[in-house]
Each structure stands twice: as structure tokens, then as C-alpha cells.
Design a protein around this ligand. Structure first.
Ligand code: ADP
Length: 450
């Protein structure tokens, strides 16, 4: 028996339920928290205990002093942060430890390092990871930015230094556009992240987004669980994720695995994490960022490897050694994940809210659904629009696409619009079926899809 007997889940929605399920199978008690608007959340009922956090409904999942005090009152040994909210907050991870609670995730120093995109590029370069040419320091001054952009050479991309989710990002193709773009990028960054600092790097034309799942224990055993292809994006945000990548040559794949595991070993990383790369048309590899948490798309990796990422993450946090070696990790078939969002494809993907009046999920072999919705559930407008995930699996790529078609056709949600119709179009598109897609695929196809 491990030393973790009770876990507080500092999150909501599908990931809260996913973590509760992992705890149940490990025979660990689970404690849910919920905001005033989330009283009907399914994770609240599925956990062994639940506690409300009153007041501002978004702040509820960010109020770490309150969350820690609940964890202590409920006599928890550990806290799982899920993704989003406090998951990449180094101060929260530290506060957990200071209060005698195990933070189920990496060390605070790594959360801090990779929370700063520029500092992480510098650190990764030092351990042999190829990075894109760009600024090492945050830029506020527009003239200075323009000078640096010219040195790097257009096209460049401006990114929020402390941002995420594709926000505060602008592609600049010509010098004359730089100042306007810089201004709008930093304004957006200020609005969303409270910090306007930006950095500039070379823009890669038509890349694929390939990321490596890392799993590492406290004893220097660093393994990878293969790659995910997350090139199907809308405005730099992931929509569909695939494992393994259907069009990645064997030597590039091998090189990505080698670079990623070596870097994490050298940095002494522990827990799970994802290293994101861009791969250009000539198979050049560039690191863009690292996520120090479990990701939304972790189920595709679980599906092709059989490794339960959340369960292993909990065991690593309590100090267990990884029970398998790299050569034990077997990759089988193809898995595709579709993010189901409450948004209206007919109205420029505006978030939609409402009550689910009818709900019928796909099933059968090779279908997994991770969601927290049910008939009668009212989707609140206060949080992310992702309401669930459909994951399909088949032995080969063509089979996985056919499975996806069938499952998406079965999926029925009534009460408000979702992006399921968009997914149905994508899986019928010849370029998708042929595995011919880069990060620009969906934004380009949008005109013919909707
Ligand atoms: P975020 O943290 O906001 O998600 P990322 O740095 O992970 O931002 O990038 C998100 C996406 O933006 C990438 O998957 C890719 O499509 C695009 N992108 C980011 N950097 C570049 C770049 N230098 N060149 C081309 N595309 C990029």
C-alpha cells in the first residue's frame, strides 16, 4: 500500500471525474470541490466526499488557500490539480508541500521554469534540444521588437511570454505590419494573462505539432509513451489529437524520443509532462514549449499503450518506482480524440450554453468517452467550452477514421449547438483521411466546411 490514502481533486468537469476514476481503481478515497454553479456536477456525486467553495465561481478553483484548508480538514494526503486552473502554479505546488500535502505533479522548480516560455527555451537548448531562433528576454518596447524581428527575418511569430491557449499570438509576414501586430498581441496578453510581455521567434511554415509524452519517477527513470499529433487546430488551439502521428517518418520519431527523454533526464524531471515540438516540411525539429501537467489529450496515449497515465502519476507522487521499462511500452493501433465543445460552428464558434435535453453517446468496440455531462445537465457559461472528449481506437489508421465516422454519427446532444458537425466533416475530408495535414489545415478548410 502506498502512502496516499485520500486525494483532493482541485478541478472540475471531465478531468475531475477522470481522476476520481483513477483513485477508485487504486482504492484511494477522493474528495471533490465545487463552485456554487457546479452543485449538479457529476464529479461532485462520484467522489467519496465533496466540499463547496462559495463566492466567485471561477475563483473557486483558483483559491488555493481555501483548497488547501479543505484538504487538511478532510485529512487528505495529496492534491491532484488536473489541467488548467492551479495545475501549473508553482506557488500552489510549494504551498501544498509546506502544508504536508503531496502535490501530484512535478517539482515546483520545473513548473516555474516551463511556465516561462523563454526561460524554458534557454534551458532546453542547454540540454541539447533544438529551439527556434528568437528573443531570450521579454519585450515591451515596440521599436526594440521591430529591430529584433528584422534580425530574425520575416515571417516571425509574436507570443505572449506568460500565456497559453493560442492567445496573444500573431504571425507577422512583413516588416510594415509588425507594429500593429505587436500592439494587438501585447494588448491581448494583458487582457488574458495580466502581463503584456511578448517574445518573438521565427515562424515555421506548414509545421506539424508533434508532442512527446514523458513519464518519470523520482529515481531518474525517464520514459516516453510515444507521440501525439495535434496538428488539427483552430486558431492555434487543439481540436483533434492523434496517437501515433499517421505521417511521421521513423527516423524523426526516433530522434524526438531520444531528444525528449535525454533532456528530461538531464533536468531531473519527475511526474508526467509533455514536450511540444514543431516538425517542418523537411523534418526539422523545434521545441516550442513544455506542459508540466496531465494534458487534455492524454487518453490517446493511454489507448495505444495501455498505460493509465493518471494512476501512474499518483504512484510516482507517493514515491513508487516505475514498474516497467522503455522496452515494455508497446504501441498498438491508432487512437483519435475529438474535443467536444459547446460552441456554435455556424456562429464563428461562439460558446453556447444551455441544458442538455437529449443525450445519446456512441459505444461499441474501440470507443471511449470522457465527459461529465448527462441528460438534464446545465452547461455553465463560466468555464471552458470543452464538455467532453470522444476517443476512438482501431488497429490501423484507416480503421480508426472509419470508427470515428461511425461514432460521431451516433453521438447526439440536444439542447445547444456543439462542434460535432465540424468533426463529422473533418473525418470525411480526403486530406485528413490521407493523413495530409499541418497546423494550418483546419483554418484553411474552414471556408469549405461551414
Ligand atoms: P500555447 O501555449 O498558446 O498553446 P504554443 O507555443 O504551444 O502556444 O503554440 C500553439 C500553436 O501555435 C502551435 O501548435 C502551432 O500551431 C503554433 N505555433 C507556435 N509557435 C509557432 C512557430 N514558431 N511557428 C509556427 N507555428 C507556431
Amino acid at each position: 500500500m502506498g502512502k496516499i490514502k485520500k486525494v483532493l481533486i482541485a478541478n472540475r468537469g471531465e478531468i475531475a471525474l477522470r481522476i476520481i476514476r483513477a483513485c477508485k481503481e487504486l482504492e484511494i478515497a477522493s474528495v471533490a470541490i465545487f463552485s456554487e454553479i457546479d452543485v449538479e456536477g457529476i464529479w461532485v456525486r462520484k467522489a467519496d466526499e465533496c466540499y463547496p467553495i462559495l463566492g466567485d465561481v471561477v475563483q473557486a478553483y483558483l483559491d488555493y488557500e481555501k483548497i488547501i484548508s479543505i484538504a487538511k480538514k478532510a485529512e487528505c494526503d495529496a492534491i491532484h490539480p488536473g489541467y488548467g486552473f492551479l495545475s501549473e502554479n508553482a506557488d500552489f505546488a510549494k504551498a501544498c508541500e509546506e502544508n504536508g500535502l503531496i502535490f501530484i505533479g512535478p517539482k515546483p522548480e520545473h513548473i516555474e521554469l516551463f511556465g516561462d516560455k523563454m526561460a524554458s527555451k534557454v534551458a532546453m537548448k542547454k540540454v541539447g534540444v533544438p529551439v527556434l531562433e528568437g528573443t531570450d528576454e521579454p519585450i515591451i518596447n515596440i521599436e526594440e521588437g521591430a529591430k529584433i524581428a528584422k534580425q530574425i527575418g520575416f515571417p516571425v511569430i509574436i507570443k505572449a511570454a506568460f500565456g497559453g491557449g493560442g492567445r496573444g499570438m500573431r504571425i507577422v509576414r512583413a516588416e510594415k505590419d509588425f507594429k500593429d501586430m505587436f500592439e494587438s498581441a501585447t494588448n491581448e496578453a494583458k487582457k488574458y494573462f495580466g502581463r503584456g510581455e511578448a517574445f518573438i521567434e521565427k515562424y515555421v511554415e506548414n509545421p506539424r505539432h508533434i508532442e512527446i509524452q514523458i513519464i518519470a519517477d523520482k529515481y531518474g527513470n525517464v520514459l516516453h509513451l510515444g507521440e501525439r499529433d495535434c496538428s488539427i487546430q483552430r486558431r492555434h488551439q487543439k481540436v483533434i489529437e492523434i496517437a501515433p502521428s499517421p505521417r511521421l517518418d521513423a527516423s524523426t520519431r526516433k530522434e524526438l524520443y531520444r531528444i525528449a527523454t535525454k533532456a528530461m533526464f538531464k533536468l531531473g524531471y519527475e511526474s508526467v509532462g509533455t514536450i511540444e515540438f514543431l516538425v517542418d516540411e523537411n523534418n526539422n525539429i523545434y521545441f516550442i514549449e513544455m506542459n508540466t501537467r496531465v494534458q487534455v489529450e492524454h487518453p490517446v496515449t493511454e489507448t495505444i499503450t495501455g498505460v493509465d497515465i493518471i494512476q501512474r502519476m499518483i504512484e510516482i507522487a507517493e514515491g513508487d518506482k516505475l514498474q516497467f521499462l522503455q522496452e515494455d511500452v508497446q504501441f498498438r493501433g491508432y487512437a483519435i480524440e475529438f474535443r467536444i465543445n459547446a460552441e456554435n460552428p455556424q456562429k464563428n464558434f461562439m460558446p453556447s450554453v444551455g441544458t442538455i435535453s437529449k443525450y445519446l453517446t456512441p459505444g461499441g468496440p474501440g470507443v471511449r468517452i470522457d465527459t461529465s455531462i448527462y441528460t438534464g445537465y446545465k452547461v455553465p457559461a463560466n468555464y471552458d467550452s470543452m464538455i467532453g472528449k470522444l476517443i476512438v481506437w482501431a488497429l490501423d489508421w484507416k480503421g480508426a477514421v472509419k470508427k470515428a465516422k461511425r461514432a460521431l454519427d451516433e453521438f447526439y446532444i440536444e439542447g445547444f449547438p456543439t462542434n460535432i458537425p465540424l468533426h463529422r466533416e473533418i473525418v470525411r475530408d480526403q486530406d485528413f483521411i490521407d493523413g495530409k495535414f499541418t497546423t494550418n489545415y483546419l483554418d484553411k478548410k474552414m471556408e469549405i466546411f461551414t
